[in-house]
Every structure is written in C-alpha cells, then in structure tokens.
Design a protein around this ligand. Structure first.
Ligand code: HEM
Length: 396
C-alpha cells in the first residue's frame, strides 16, 4: 500500500521521522500527488540531484510554502539558478569564508561572553531564547548595521513570522505572522533609507551589498530590503536550534554527556552530530527544470522537488545505526549544510559560533539538567528543532 505523505499534514509537521523511515524503505523518490511533488528521502538521491544544476529551478522559491503554496519570498541569490546565483552570492562569500570567520572570532567571542554573563548564576535559562538566538540575531544585526535594540525587536518578529504554525494550518499566513512581517518590513525599509542617506550606515555586509554592481546593475531599495530580511532570518534561527539540541541530546545520553563535560574538545563533534540527527532545515524546495530520471522516478519538467535533508541525514545506507545519536561516529559527509551551488553560506560561522556558545556554557557549569516540561519544538514543515529548551545548571 502506498504511504500517505503530505508535508503539510499535522503528523508530518509534528514529527516527520516515522514517515521518513517508511519513505526511505520505498527506495526511490516518493510522489506526493496532492502537491505534484517528488520527495527525495535518500542521501544518494539528494546528493546527485543537488549537483545537477541543469535539473533545478530555484526561482519559484526555496521553502516548501513558497514552492507549493505560492507564498511570495524575498528575491535574492537564494532563489536564483546557477550560475546566475554566484554573482550576488559572491559579494557575500568573502565575509563567510573560513578565514574571514576566523578573523571575526574575537568580536563574536566577546558578544557571546557579554550575553552569557547576563545568565550566569540563574537557576534556569532557555538556551534558545535567552542565549543562542539572541547572540545569532545580534551578530546578523551587526553585519547589517542594525543596532542592538532593533535587532532584538527583529528577532521577536522573525519568530512570530516563522514559528507560527498551528495544527491544520498550511503555510505562514496567519494574521499575526502577516502583522509581524509588515512590522519587520517597515523597520528594514527605514534602515534601507538610512543606508541610502549615510554612506557609513549598513554594517560591513549591508554596505557591500548596497555598493555592489553586478552586470552594471545595483540593488534597488526593494532588493536591498529582501537581502537584509533574508540574512537576518537565515542567520538567526537554525544555529540556535542546533545549539539547544546539542545540550538536549547530550542530556538524553548521560555517558556521552559525561565525555563532553570532561573534554570540551568533543563539542564540535557533538554539535555536528546534532545537526545530522535533528537537521534544523528539515526540507528545502526547488522545481524540476527539465525531465530526468532519478532512482527509478520519472520526473517531469515543472514537478515540484522536496529535498528532505532530515531524512537523508538518517539514511541507514549511509550512516550506520542512523537513528542513534552518537557523537563518536565518523562524519561521513552528512547533508547538514547542503551541497552544490546552494551550499550553506553560513556553515563556517554556524559551527564556530556554536562551538564558542557551547564552550562558554559548559565552562561555567559542573553539570546541567534539562527541564523537560519547559522544552518546545518548532511545529511546521520547514524548520526542525528546539525553540525553547530550558536547562538547570549546576554552576561552578
Ligand atoms: C546549524 C546551522 C545551519 C544549518 C543546519 C544550515 C543549513 C543550510 C542548508 C541545508 C542550506 C542549503 C539550502 C538548500 O539546499 O536550498 C543552507 C543554505 C543557506 N544558509 Fe545555512 N544553515 C545554518 C546556519 C546558517 C547561518 C548562521 C547562516 C548565516 C548567514 C546561513 C546562511 C545560509 C544561506 C544564505 C543559504 C542559502 C545559500 C544559497 O542559496 O546560495 N546558514 N543552510
């Protein structure tokens, strides 16, 4: 019997993994008739398709609701096809290369330390909301010349826009999410005006985008706003989920937690294993640009394509005992940051910042426990992970 799978069903939005397990067992991409979409669940299929630029059309949108529900998304290199996307992406790449991130570490470390100082001594705190999400949003704000107070307001608006699904709701368009999007748009519109009036306004990345010219073209106000909006969103949600998840899954596996508490150099492995095991970017979307065959599926030009990263990262044919959280596993090229022309721009930043955040927490604690009843996971088709994760530290 064919498996019932709809990415917008309550069941899939609550916990997709049982369905992904069944879909992987089919051994080929699964067609979701209702959405005219092929769900790619296996590691090899995702990898092969990601490297075939000629198969993929990103212009209808990179998120499931943009692709399948026609929600309007910001126009940036994220929704451009290769090789066109490289031109605008290339303006930002110098800021995100490993060496550039390394040079930024003193500033990032001091941001993290000053945020963490406000939490020291508290009986409990929320790793996502009180710490990691705040740090990442303030960092994204710095890059775009957005002041601290505004970045914190923006962070709350982003959460309201993205993490707003309720069972039965398809897509993001609730009155509250529309209002939050409108408010954020208003704030960023004013910021764009400031950047136009003052050559020094916009932070290093905002200024680079404003002043860049590609094929003789400069970004319009609307384009610039789309870039600011996208960079704030992608820079502030996923990393905090994975930081919170790292402490959560270590607490679930006391012997692994004991190893990490005794040796903090294991933190990068623990973070990377969390990204594999509980992939924050559950799925991303594209449309087929031409007819092609993949793993027995006859994909037609115009079909929707769902790249189920969270499933590929638990593909048993790639990862031994894939359903187990194990920080000691060899990283055999997980899919956590994607691959190909749309590989995660922020991969080096995410890993460096996460490592510093996790280290500062564990340096200050003998141990910690998770307050399970004060944990909450994102509910939705696009992002996976903890958006509330309260711990009770035993401070040193
Ligand atoms: C644990 C944290 C993160 C994870 C797991 C993650 C994951 C991913 C994945 C899987 C993609 C590929 C998208 C696709 O296939 O369509 C992606 C793209 C992207 N990521 Fe990340 N990301 C993380 C953090 C960040 C951060 C901190 C930034 C900061 C700027 C960032 C910026 C981007 C951008 C701009 C893209 C789009 C690249 C393009 O379309 O050319 N990410 N990310």
């Amino acid at each position: 019997m064919s498996i019932e799978y709809d990415p917008f069903s309550t069941e899939a939005m609550r916990d997709p993994h049982p369905i992904y397990r069944e879909l992987r067992a089919e051994g080929c991409p699964h067609f979701v008739e209702k959405r005219r979409a092929w769900a790619l669940t296996l590691y090899d299929h995702l990898r092969t398709a990601s490297l075939k630029n000629e198969w993929l059309d990103f212009t209808p949108g990179q998120t499931p609701s943009q692709l399948m529900l026609g929600e309007k998304g910001p126009h940036t290199f994220m929704t451009m096809n290769a090789p066109e996307n490289r031109k605008w992406r290339g303006i930002l790449e110098p800021f995100y290369a490993a060496g550039a991130v390394e040079r930024e570490l003193p500033r990032i470390r001091s941001l993290i330390e000053s945020e963490f100082d406000q939490l020291r001594g508290r009986e409990t705190f929320d790793v996502y909301r009180d710490f990691a999400n705040r740090v990442m949003c303030l960092n994204a704000g710095y890059n775009l010349g957005i002041d601290r107070e505004t970045a914190i307001v923006a962070r709350d608006l982003i959460d309201r826009m993205i993490l707003n699904r309720v069972p039965g709701q398809e897509g993001a368009s609730t009155p509250d999410s529309q209002q939050a999007a409108g408010e954020l748009g208003g704030i960023l519109h004013q910021h764009v005006q400031r950047m136009r009036a003052d050559p020094a306004a916009g932070g290093p990345q905002g200024i680079a985008l404003r002043d860049a010219e590609v094929d003789g073209i400069r970004l319009t106000d609307e384009d610039l706003l789309a870039y600011l909006f996208s960079l704030l969103v992608v820079g502030s949600e996923t990393t905090p989920m994975a930081v919170a998840g790292t402490l959560y899954y270590l607490a679930q596996h006391p012997e692994q937690k004991a190893m990490v508490l005794a040796d903090h150099s294991l933190l990068p492995k623990a973070f990377r294993e969390t990204c594999r095991y509980d992939q924050p970017t559950n799925m991303l979307a594209r449309r087929a640009a031409k007819d092609f065959e993949l793993g027995g599926a006859q994909v037609k030009a115009g079909d929707n394509l769902l790249f189920l990263y969270a499933s590929a990262n638990r593909d048993e044919s790639r990862f031994e005992k894939a359903e187990n959280f194990d920080i000691n596993r060899e990283n055999k090229g997980d899919m956590s940051f994607g691959i190909g022309a749309h590989f995660c721009l922020g991969a080096a930043l995410a890993q460096a910042a996460a490592q510093i955040m996790l280290k500062s927490m564990l340096h200050a604690m003998e141990d910690y426990e998770v307050v399970e009843e004060e944990c909450e996971r994102a509910f939705g088709e696009h992002l996976n992970g903890y958006i509330r994760m309260v711990i009770r530290p035993r401070w040193k």
